[in-house]
Design a protein around this ligand. Structure first.
Ligand code: C5P
Length: 247
């Protein structure tokens, strides 16, 4: 890139935040060395017609923080992101997707080479039964269109029931965004999705925020990670995942 003297070439200083990131990564214990971590993040966008669609309030911040923390911990990391405007964490590979079906296709493929899958995306439960190829026009009659929906596949449950996940080659972590009764819902969701570790959080307290609080639920019990920035929580979650991989 361009250097201070005006010349262009090798030797240009990294941006200060990139240098800081590399220093942090250098000093972070490599508890995920040799692991290939796949992370899904953000909302999905389910098209109604070429100009409209359904989505949700997920910001993607938690998933992006997990991808960054996994990379700091020495993993090779791939992030599959729904439509969000967040910068890709340094050193992380990224695939952008839109709909739940796009996301499923990417994740199913990438999961074949991953050793850890963290499903932090807020996948739409339903999509419009048909995507119209022309914009639905308002004709002035006051008549409103009727939309019908079909259920989206459960991407996480599908990957968690795959051969590699069942024989221990792929460790799957799910998320649950709830509005109440977090523990009961997280335990039920862990069983329903068939994952060893389920991370609960309160949806309205996390969507779009820079901080969060997590409740980890596994076969042995629960662990509360108190309110902190999403990056701090992501690093704690990665340490917990690494501990479970080692044991
Ligand atoms: O069922 P619910 O949407 O609450 O489950 C949340 C967890 O399941 C998250 O880890 C989310 O990424 C995943 N999920 C999925 N496919 C869906 C719905 C949710 O992978 N269709």
């Amino acid at each position: 890139g361009e250097q201070a003297c005006g010349e262009t070439g090798d030797g240009r200083m990294l941006e200060p935040d990139e240098l800081l990131y590399d220093l942090i990564r250098f000093f972070t214990p490599k508890v995920l060395a040799g692991q290939h971590v796949l992370v899904s993040a953000g909302p999905t966008f389910e098209a109604i017609d070429p100009v409209r669609g359904l989505t949700n309030l997920s910001s993607g911040k938690m998933g992006f923080a997990i991808a960054r923390a996994a990379h700091e911990a020495g993993a090779q990391v791939t992030l599959v992101a729904g439509p969000v405007g967040l910068p890709t964490p340094r050193g992380v590979g990224r695939v952008n997707v839109k709909s739940a079906l796009n996301m499923q296709k990417s994740l199913d493929h990438l999961a074949q080479a991953a050793t850890v899958f963290v499903s932090a995306a807020a996948v739409a439960d339903w999509r419009p039964a048909q995507m119209l190829d022309q914009k639905i026009k308002k004709d002035g009659s006051g008549e409103v269109p009727t939309l019908s929906f079909v259920e989206n596949p459960d991407i996480l449950a599908g990957i968690a029931s795959s051969e590699r996940a069942r024989n221990g080659a792929l460790y799957c972590v799910g998320f649950a965004a709830e509005s109440h009764d977090l523990l009961a819902h997280a335990q039920a969701k862990r069983a329903r999705k068939g994952v060893p570790l389920l991370v609960g959080n309160i949806g309205p307290d996390t969507f779009g925020q820079d901080d969060n609080a997590l409740l980890l639920v596994d076969a042995h019990g629960t662990l509360e990670l108190p309110r902190a920035s999403k990056l701090v929580l992501a690093r704690q979650l990665i340490a917990e995942i690494a501990r479970r991989l080692q044991s």
